[in-house]
Design a protein around this ligand. Structure first.
Ligand code: ADP
Ligand code: MG
Length: 409
């Protein structure tokens, strides 16, 4: 199932207590909202212009205000343990947790958050029933998708968040590899001039003669001549390198500059079941091209203190693209990444995200594990690098959930 995001934004109610920052959304009504309430107000009459020359809404409130300290909750409610998706002995990728996974001095793993750590004695009021998944909702089972008898035309999904380091590239590679394991033909489009997706699949993008840049900018370059195999059967790549950053500037003078990628991908769509576009961390013209070329958007959100900062602006951009360029564009889902079920903090962030986005949040969450950066160094998806690891299983579950929701073949 796909869910267009509500366009009725309301100013969010600032939080004054708790360890979640004031810019995380709160529900405005009673009951679990199906549509996103209260995340980021906007003023449509605002005359500012964005990168596209469109009138742009003001940025969500920056974090100028001091973060309110967490207040210990007097009533201590026992919290049922959720199944951690990470292995207890692993550390975070940047050494946030102790190397041996030992708890920090205050008993919580140290996640290196921007905001205040969850202090000693702070207990959650989130009672998570044992049968509930990590998103605090009953976890459905997602069946293994049946084999496809024929392939194509592809559904195109953009992996999008203008924040860097939230797991866009990791999700593109590993969701793609998991879908390929289920017999889907998958094309990954590297649409970030950094070329991290290409590197993560073992290609040195700086040695390439032809990349997505030529496909966009040189008329007559057929996308199929630039697409390459990867080591994973069924998984192909349209690579990128730093040349793509020039395209962002050059596209400005093109006719129908927002639709260049959509047109360029068209000849390849019948060869694939799913196309995943790894967007760059910005809301500029490249990202707008990706959104214009897509049927759906997946928004990875890192489970950290300021996870939702800027998401209102992202959704506004998605809405503008839907209104003006691509009426069929849907938000397929919000994906919580780098989740650590051992920390109250991760569980609280996920809980807030579910309050804000309701059923748009995937049941699948991706645990924080050093196996992901390890797999990147090995230039492999985690599904082959550490096939039995919970991180590999999480992306397989995401692939099954995507198919079960009707967002992939
Ligand atoms: P983005 O594409 O949004 O910038 P990446 O996918 O490149 O983000 O991830 C940023 C960094 O975090 C990379 O070093 C990656 O290996 C690491 N990473 C991604 N997902 C996880 C995870 N679930 N657990 C631990 N590290 C992760
Ligand atoms: Mg990336």
């Amino acid at each position: 199932m796909c869910h267009p995001v509500s366009s009725e934004f309301q100013p969010s109610t600032p939080s004054t207590t708790g360890s979640v920052p004031p810019d995380l959304p709160r529900p405005t009504g009673t009951g679990a909202p199906a549509q996103a309430p209260g995340w980021g107000g906007r003023d449509a009459t605002e005359p500012r212009q964005d990168a596209l020359g469109w009138p742009s809404a003001p940025q969500p409130q920056a974090a100028a205000e001091p973060v309110v300290e967490a207040e210990p909750v007097a009533e201590v409610e026992p919290v049922a343990e959720v199944e951690p998706l990470t292995e207890a002995e692993e550390s975070g990728p940047e050494g946030e947790a102790d190397a041996d996974g030992a708890p920090g001095p205050d008993g919580e793993l140290q996640l290196g958050l921007d905001g205040p750590p969850t202090g000693p004695g702070v207990q959650s009021q989130l009672a998570i029933a044992p049968e509930d998944g990590p998103t605090n909702r009953p976890l459905p089972s997602f069946p293994v998708p049946p084999p496809l008898s024929a392939h194509g035309p592809a559904r195109v999904i953009a992996m999008c968040n203008q924040k860097g380091g939230v797991g866009k590239t990791t999700t593109t590679i590993n969701l793609g590899a998991a879908l390929a394991e289920y017999g889907r033909r998958v094309l990954l489009v590297d649409f970030d001039p950094q070329g991290a997706l290409s590197v993560g699949l073992g290609i040195n993008p700086h040695e390439l003669d032809a990349t997505v840049y030529q496909v966009l900018m040189e008329r007559g370059t057929d996308v199929r001549s630039v697409i390459r195999d990867t080591a994973v059967p069924g998984l192909d790549l349209l690579p990128a390198n730093i040349d793509l950053s020039a395209a962002e500037v050059q596209l400005v003078g093109e006719v129908a500059r927002e639709s260049v990628l959509a047109r360029a991908l068209r000849p390849a769509l019948d060869d694939y079941d799913v196309v995943l576009i790894d967007c760059q961390p910005s809301l500029g013209l490249l990202t707008v091209n990706a959104l214009t070329a897509s049927h759906g958007v997946v928004i990875p959100l890192e489970c950290e203190f300021f996870a939702l900062r800027g998401v209102a602006l992202l959704v506004e951009t998605i809405e503008k693209v839907r209104e003006r360029l691509n009426p069929g564009l849907e938000v397929d889902g919000i994906l919580a990444t780098m989740y650590d079920g051992r920390t109250l903090h991760s569980r609280e962030v996920v809980s807030r995200v579910v309050e804000a986005f309701g059923d748009d949040v995937f049941h699948t969450v991706i645990g924080r594990t050093v196996k992901f950066p390890d797999a990147t160094v090995a230039a492999e998806p985690i599904t082959s690098y550490a096939s039995n690891h919970p991180g590999a299983e999480a992306y397989r579950q995401l692939a099954r959930e995507l198919v079960a929701r009707g967002d992939a073949a």
